[in-house]
Write a protein that binds this ligand. Sequence first.
Ligand code: 0O2
Length: 242
Amino acid sequence: MTDDLKLKKQELMRFLMQYKFAINEMMTKVNILKQEFTYIHEYNPIEHVSHRVKSPKSILKKVEKKGIKPSPAVIKEHIRDIAGIRITCSFESDIYIIRDMLKQQDDITLLSEKDYIQSPKPNGYRSLHLILSIPIFMSDRTENVCVEVQIRTIAMDFWASLEHKIYYKFNKQVPKHLNIELTEAAEAAHKLDQKMEKLHREMAEIKAEYDEEDPLDELNIDNERFQLPIQFLNSLLNDDDL
Ligand code: 0O2
């Protein structure tokens, strides 16, 4: 390998490294939110998280598509999805809860938000896209790095994965009848999301009523996991000597 090529490779590695670190930072944040939310609200809004750094080949494709100069500074400014994180949740309302939890963090700046849930794409694509900027502290400098965060439900993700496969299988020229069926499937997925959200809400209401009535709550005892019979615990609570 020539010295010039070695230098170019090093420059590319250094450029991509900041995106890897940005993903590490974001993943730590997401994991903390996941654990804290589970602890406080007794349920986990985040079902699955995946991440990737765009390959040099895909970055170059986007450089060509956008007609920009292939220099690190220009790429960094114009291509904001080099680092990508995808968060999958159970319910649509979780998406906005996670968005708000991320937005309120002091070191995160929200650069843009595209809500393809309120305004789905014509093909039926639904997802919430955030472009966030976070600082990365390197040995000799601080870099503000963009991360694209896509947040969607399991149903939205299921649809998007299949649509993506079909899109590339037919080299972006999907037969009309498949496009129609895909749009219908997106609608069905949306209906399922609405139904699941309704069930989720109803369940939360029942749980809130149940918690109000349950005297064990004051003792902060998780009685589902508690091994002693409930009558015994109630008798303890009613004991004047306590
Ligand atoms: P990959 O491999 O997923 O990263 P941009 O081109 O990013 O500057 P654009 O096109 O406005 O600007 O971006 P947008 O609308 O935020 O969408 C970018 C990403 O969203 C895509 O990334 C996909 O991941 C996803 N996406 C958007 N529309 C669709 C869709 O109709 N179907 C599916 N399955 N995914 C979609 P990339 O860069 O295409 O690829």
